[in-house]
Design a protein around this ligand. Structure first.
Ligand code: ZN
Length: 169
C-alpha cells in the first residue's frame, strides 16, 4: 500500500467517527491516533455534551493515551494524529508537547486552525511535528458545514468564513 492510500484509509476512519459524532448530536470532528501504523484510539469532539472547549477530539485523545505516546516517543516510534479538522492552538499545543511526529488534517479551519504558526523557540523547533493537509478535505468540510447550518445560533458569522474557504478547497 503506498503512503497516500494509507493516509486515505486512516482519514476515512476518522471521518466515520465524525459521522458517529454527528448522529449523536455532537460536533462532527474526530481524531485517530496511529503509532507505527497501528490504530491505537479514536475519539470525537464532545463539547456539545460537556459544555467546555477542552473536549476537542484531539486534546482528549492525546490526554487519554499520554502514557502510550510517551513510551512510543522514547522507543523512537512514529506517532501520528489524523484529524478531520485542522487543530486549534490548544490541541496543536498538546500534540507538540506530547511529541507527536506527524499531524494529518482533512479540512483547514479558517477560524481556529493553528498549524501554520512558527515554533516560538528553538526548544519547540526541535519538537515541531510534520504537518500535512488532506485527504478527504471536501468530505470533512461538508459534514462540518451540515452541522453548522443546522445550528446557526452557535456559529453566527463564522459560517460565512467557512463558506468563503470552500472556494479554495
Ligand atoms: Zn482543539
Amino acid at each position: 500500500m503506498d503512503f497516500k492510500d494509507r493516509d486515505y484509509d486512516f482519514m476515512l476512519k476518522a471521518i466515520r467517527q465524525a459521522e458517529i459524532a454527528y448522529s449523536l448530536g455532537q460536533l462532527p470532528i474526530a481524531a485517530i491516533l496511529v503509532i507505527n501504523n497501528e490504530l491505537i484510539e479514536k475519539n470525537n469532539n464532545s463539547q456539545a455534551e460537556n459544555k467546555n472547549y477542552f473536549s476537542h477530539a484531539e486534546n482528549i485523545l492525546i490526554q487519554k493515551k499520554a502514557k502510550e505516546i510517551k513510551s512510543a516517543h522514547k522507543s523512537g516510534k512514529n506517532i501520528e494524529l489524523f484529524t478531520t479538522l485542522e487543530p486549534c492552538l490548544q490541541c496543536f499545543g498538546s500534540a507538540v508537547h506530547n511529541r507527536l511526529t506527524r499531524i494529518i488534517y482533512a479540512c483547514p479551519d479558517p477560524i481556529a486552525g493553528a498549524t501554520n504558526i512558527s515554533p516560538p523557540t528553538k526548544w519547540y523547533k526541535k519538537r515541531w511535528p510534520e504537518i500535512v493537509q488532506g485527504p478527504l478535505t471536501k468530505e470533512s468540510y461538508e459534514l462540518f458545514m451540515k452541522y453548522m447550518e443546522e445550528h446557526p445560533e452557535d456559529w453566527g458569522s463564522t459560517i460565512d468564513d467557512y463558506k468563503e474557504m470552500e472556494k479554495r478547497l
